[in-house]
Design a protein around this ligand. Structure first.
Ligand code: ADE
Length: 404
């Protein structure tokens, strides 16, 4: 890959010889050129800016030096047909993220055009599009003094993705924003207890499946708390969203509930399960009191789950219930996904999750246990039902706190 940088402050790019890009250049993975835009000016004062047409504050970067810079740096398509990609760093560009880093890492030649002042004359960008691929990229929703820092940040994110660059390819996959689209789970190293803070026991258990499930749950929880925009609405693998229920869903929820609870009643040989006998009014009432989520397929409400905080003796508890999947979709994994979702959206302060199921609902119990819930025969349950609980065990949770 070749990287060229054009700026009126070329010294900004000194760090490129250090750290990651420096190493990549040493390994022969990268060629780097840093260029002073003033080298393409033709007046005594090396002028790069002028007042804006139409008036207004600030100065605009003149088109001529930029035109000459692009003439010098943009190369004709390579044998593979790839064109140069010119990256204009600007606060009005598309947001830079891991997906864009991955895309740029596939290019053979990037030219970073770093603007200053109020920006570059628009005709430069329009012209660049006729000779190169153009990306206008923003580092975030804030204004820097110029695009140099943004170009450096983009470079670091791109270069570390180059094949052969990172020693440990697996760490590329596991980290934040990689494949899962989730933030990374918390990490720990030795010693096992530091200043009274313990490493979560599961990480020292040697049980790889449990570790993997704990990490996934932590990643979902962290993402829900810090970056809900990455999660909401949650989506199933096929892109179907999990969305908050609205009062208008009451009728369909009642139908789904009856279908599911008839099965539950038969499995447990008891017909007086309260949920089976609720009216539309009852469903409307609990919809107002519970955080309820639903899944629709082809317009039909096919699955739901609800949760709410209950004040417990040992802290707040997230009461999970009514995990319902339409009979024709049972066994498809929807229930497990809804269970994961309702845990992820639990308020940060809850200490544990609790749910009830039929004492004879073996399939449900198996799913809950797989998700880390424990059967609690020591806790009270309605007739014919059992209670299962699970520690919320978040990052920063005091691991000495007891269950329920
Ligand atoms: N130049 C000034 N602010 C910027 C930002 N947020 N992203 C990219 N380039 C910029």
């Amino acid at each position: 890959m070749r990287l060229d940088y054009v700026s009126i402050f070329p010294d900004f790019f000194a760090p490129l010889t250090l750290s990651l890009p420096g190493k990549a250049a040493e390994k022969g993975l990268l060629e780097v050129g840093v260029h002073d835009l003033r080298g393409w000016t033709h007046d005594r004062h090396h002028t790069v800016d002028d007042t804006p047409y139409g008036g207004g504050a600030g100065m605009v970067m003149k088109p001529e030096p930029w035109g000459d810079a692009l003439d010098a740096l943009v190369v004709p398509p390579t044998t593979t047909g790839q064109r140069t990609t010119v990256v204009f760093t600007t606060p009005s560009g598309e947001p830079f993220d891991q997906r864009l880093a991955e895309e740029l890492a596939t290019r053979e030649h990037l030219v970073f055009a770093c603007g200053r002042y109020e920006g570059i004359d628009q005709r430069v960008i329009d012209h660049a599009r006729t000779v190169a691929e153009v990306r206008e990229v923003s580092l975030g929703d804030y204004v820097l003094n110029g695009g140099e820092v943004a170009a450096l940040a983009i470079t670091e994110a791109v270069v570390r993705l180059l094949p052969g660059f990172m020693g440990n390819a697996a760490s590329l996959v596991e980290e934040s924003h990689a494949e899962s689209g989730l933030l990374e789970y918390p990490v720990y190293t030795k010693p096992p207890v530091w200043r009274g803070h313990e490493v979560p026991a599961v990480l020292r258990s040697g049980d790889h499946a449990k570790v993997a499930s704990w990490r996934r749950e932590q990643a979902v929880r962290r993402t829900a708390q810090r970056r809900p925009d990455l999660l909401t609405p949650s989506v199933l693998d096929d892109g179907t969203p999990i969305v908050r229920a609205t009062p208008g869903d009451a009728g369909e929820l009642l139908t789904l509930q009856r279908a599911c609870w008839v099965q539950e009643a038969l499995a447990n040989d008891m017909l007086d399960i309260p949920a089976l006998h609720e009216s539309l009014e009852d469903v409307r009432a609990w919809l107002g009191e519970w955080d309820t989520y639903v899944v629709r397929r082809a317009g039909r409400l096919v699955a739901a789950v609800r949760g709410r905080v209950e004040r417990g003796e040992h802290g707040d508890v997230w009461d999970i219930g009514r995990i319902m999947v339409a009979p024709d979709l049972q066994g498809s994994g929807l229930g497990r996904i809804l269970l994961e979702h309702i845990q992820a959206v639990a308020p940060a302060e809850v200490a544990s999750y609790v749910l009830f199921t039929g004492a004879a609902s073996v399939r449900n119990q198996r799913m809950y246990k797989k998700a880390g819930f424990r059967l609690r025969r020591d806790l009270p349950a309605p007739p014919g039902a059992v209670v299962l609980t699970k520690n919320a065990a978040r990052h920063g949770t005091d691991t000495r706190r007891g269950d329920l």
